[in-house]
Design a protein around this ligand. Structure first.
Ligand SMILES: Cc1ncc(COP(=O)(O)O)c(C=O)c1O
Length: 389
């Protein structure tokens, strides 16, 4: 493969890579599953660990609230919202659980979700519905889909007058689709349905301005694309819904944030979130999005040429951002993912969605086009497709 303009960015990516502890020779194309923190974030985090451990009790009693308040302010301004709507959680999963434990469901009510949602999210809501005597309706969003209005329509295809809540991902995890979040939230409001957005993948990949979405709940993880330490999720609740929030543990201390309280916390991770925001902003969010999309597009183009299988949606940043998901011939996903690591030191997410195999390529600041070339070569050596001229 001769070098093309997308390779020109590899020199800069190699410089960025030095900010991470990534091992030499590893092509880490799965930042979407598990993010990695760069050195300045690790430094900030370990700095907080040391500061807290000088006197852990004293910190919790006398300093934590003010320090966390600053972190909430910084996260809030990054996300277009105010600090008092945010509560740190260890993950998107825990934030989702808090909402599922609190959202008022009556027998006969319906919760609407779709078949692109994260597996544990579907399980959490299945259980919440079972316990309340409500019904979880899983709408099917077929692919290919090339029209955003059609996409929004299919999200609501299973809605009825009993639907109380609609749940969707801002960016879907297996199929890597950017969902028309504003349109879906607006339609939910018009229909009098509350809306919960799963933003696990959206932070950094897409501009996220939560207040303007006018959703009821937004949950996400800072440890993915934002590169904060592992264990940094958050729950955002609109003031109109804060009164419905119940403490996850049953232990009440007095604010809606009890909904996310799980006992003694490691505050150091949350306090390093502002450093992660500083880091990503130092790279320039527009530059990040332009370059990571250019790489995702390159991956999509090369893999499509290899397999001959048409992509599932349009080639546009309106449809996908920093991750490319491409269908592969049906195969043993686990075996291929393991072989990519063992034989080629490549981390990529090979998965199955609705009976179809997919490879998902995540592109971050440190990603080089040459690593995508390595992935394509590895796919060829693993028996997939034939490279076309
Ligand atoms: C869309 C989506 N929601 C939720 C999660 C769970 O995130 P966490 O492991 O941070 O709880 C993931 C993880 O990949 C995800 O992709």
């Amino acid at each position: 493969m001769s070098a093309c303009p997308v390779h020109d960015g590899d020199v800069q990516a190699a410089r960025w890579r030095k900010q991470w502890l990534l091992e030499e020779g590893v092509a880490y194309l799965n930042h979407g599953s598990v993010g990695l923190s760069p050195r300045p974030v690790l430094d900030a985090w370990t700095g907080w660990i040391r500061r807290i451990d000088r006197q852990r009790l004293g910190f919790i009693r006398r300093e934590a609230n003010a320090a966390l308040g600053e972190a909430y302010l910084r996260l809030g301004s990054f996300l277009g919202t105010s600090a008092d709507r945010l509560a740190f959680t260890t993950s998107t999963t825990m934030a989702m659980l808090s909402v599922a434990r609190s959202f008022p469901l009556e027998p006969g009510d319906e919760v609407l979700i779709n078949d692109h949602e994260y597996w544990s999210v579907i399980e959490i809501w299945q259980r919440a519905c079972n316990e309340a005597g409500a019904k979880l309706v899983v709408a099917s969003i077929p692919v290919p889909v090339n029209d955003q209005d059609t996409l929004a329509d299919t999200v609501f295809a299973g809605a009825s007058e009993r639907t109380k809540l609609v749940i969707f991902s801002h960016v879907t995890y297996r199929t890597s689709m950017v969902m028309p979040a504003e349109v879906i939230c607006r339609r939910a409001h018009e229909a009098g349905i509350a809306v919960l957005v799963d933003g696990a993948h959206a932070l950094v990949q897409c501009p996220v301005d939560i207040d303007s979405l006018e959703c009821d709940f937004y949950v996400a993880s800072c440890h993915k694309w934002l590169c904060a330490p592992a264990g940094t999720g958050f729950l955002w609740v609109h003031p109109r819904m804060q009164t419905v929030m119940k403490p996850l543990t049953g232990a009440r201390r007095g604010t809606w944030r009890d909904a996310a309280f799980t006992g003694t916390e490691d505050h150091s991770r949350y306090l390093a979130v502002p450093a992660a925001i500083d880091f990503i902003e130092s790279a320039g969010l527009d530059d990040f999005r332009r370059r990571s999309h250019e790489l995702a597009r390159y991956a999509r183009e090369r893999i499509t040429r290899l397999t001959g299988i048409e992509p599932w949606y349009e080639d546009s940043s309106q449809w996908y951002a920093s991750m490319a998901a491409c269908e592969l011939p049906l195969l043993d996903e686990r075996a291929l993912q393991d072989a990519l690591w063992k034989d080629f030191t490549i981390e990529a997410y090979i998965n199955r969605w609705n009976g179809r195999s997919l490879v998902r390529v995540s592109c971050h600041l440190y990603t080089q086009a040459a690593e995508i070339d390595r992935l394509v070569d590895a796919l060829v050596k693993s028996g997939i497709g034939r490279p076309r001229a």
